[in-house]
Design a protein around this ligand. Structure first.
Ligand SMILES: Cc1cc2nc3c(=O)[nH]c(=O)nc-3n(C[C@H](O)[C@H](O)[C@H](O)COP(=O)(O)O)c2cc1C
Length: 318
């Protein structure tokens, strides 16, 4: 897949996910074949104030390229300024605009999916950012109730200069309920000439193939299925490229991924107690009869205790 001048080595993309897609997690997904990875959304207003926590969301390394930084906001000038700051600080290959977040705190500020009410503002945002940075600008949107309105916004995004568009086939109101609507995604793909990336509910090989074939989209964005299972990218690409279903990942292999994550957190000085606890729970989530271990992790007071509990699982018959 090609986005602007950026040629990707595949069409499976890691979704931006707040609290999930930090650098170590993105590197794991990349290792297993994600062709492009996105940062957690970073608030433009906080970036122009150089808020350290928001700036940190763009933190990247050469190992993970190409990567995209996703921005959240509503003021076209502030978004453009924040894009310039992120470009100068981290040199991402892509700047993405969040037009999908349904969180109440986000929409109250007019950010994320709240922008879908205002196609002209979206156009202005994409134009301003595209005119301010020298990398491709992309957007990620949710659908609206009406197919026509959805396509109108998608078209405005393209005409304003975006180089690719991701469509999550749910409305703001749906949150994560119901199903991602493939007919809406297919229709957007038919009407645009820039690459369209389908997003929503891909958890296995067969669904990945179905979404790509049905919508004819150029790429597939994977979110929740990668949480605790970055290896999903290897499984999906193996199936899409060769029709081969890989054997289920063993528990030991999942533990290896957890320790791979831990190592990357140390390498990049990003170790955080609450984050490691959450990730440990995810890497265990596919395992049966593991409740007592999960409870122990819940009660763990520090990073070393979490790691100790996870190490003790190695080779002990689980
Ligand atoms: C924990 C979590 C955090 C998310 N954070 C973001 C975000 O920062 N930016 C964004 O555009 N979407 C965000 N999303 C939405 C995902 O990118 C994706 O659109 C959604 O999960 C649907 O894809 P999936 O069915 O593959 O998970 C988030 C989703 C989850 C579950």
């Amino acid at each position: 897949m090609i986005i602007g001048k950026l040629k990707l080595n595949g069409n499976l993309i890691l979704a931006p996910m707040s609290g999930v897609t930090n650098l170590p997690f993105r590197l794991l997904c990349k290792k297993y074949g994600a062709a492009l990875v996105f940062s957690e959304m970073a608030c433009s207003e906080a970036i122009v104030r150089k808020n350290p926590k928001s700036m940190e969301r763009g933190f990247t390394s050469l190992e993970e390229r190409p990567m995209g930084i996703q921005l959240l906001g509503s003021d076209p000038d502030i978004l453009a300024s924040s894009a310039v700051i992120m470009q100068e600080t981290y040199r991402p290959e892509i700047i993405d605009v969040n037009l999908g977040c349904p969180d109440q705190n986000v929409i109250r500020n007019g950010f994320g999916s709240a922008l879908l009410k205002d196609p002209e503002k979206i156009g202005e945002i994409i134009e301003k950012i595209s005119g301010s940075v020298d990398v491709p600008v992309t957007a990620k949107m949710r659908i609206l109730d009406s197919l026509e309105e959805t396509c109108k916004i998608a078209w405005r995004i393209e005409s304003a200069g975006a180089q690719a568009l991701t469509v999550h086939g749910r409305t703001q109101k749906q949150g994560y309920s119901g199903k991602s609507d493939l007919d809406f995604i297919k229709c957007v793909k038919e009407r645009l000439s820039i690459p369209v990336i389908a997003n929503g509910d891909v958890f296995d090989e067969k669904q990945a193939m179905h979404v790509l074939e049905y919508t004819q989209c150029d790429g597939l964005m994977i979110g929740r299925a990668a949480m605790g299972d970055p290896y999903i990218f290897r499984r999906l690409s193996q199936y899409l490229d060769r029709g081969e279903l890989l054997p289920a990942r063993t528990f030991e292999e999942r533990l290896d991924d957890f320790f791979g994550y831990e190592e990357l957190c140390r390498k990049y000085d990003l170790m955080a107690y609450s984050d490691l606890k959450l990730k440990a729970q995810w890497f265990l989530k596919y395992k049966e009869n593991i409740k007592p271990v999960r409870e122990k992790i819940n009660d763990a007071r520090d990073v070393d205790s979490i790691i100790g509990i996870m190490r003790a699982l190695r080779g002990n018959g689980f």
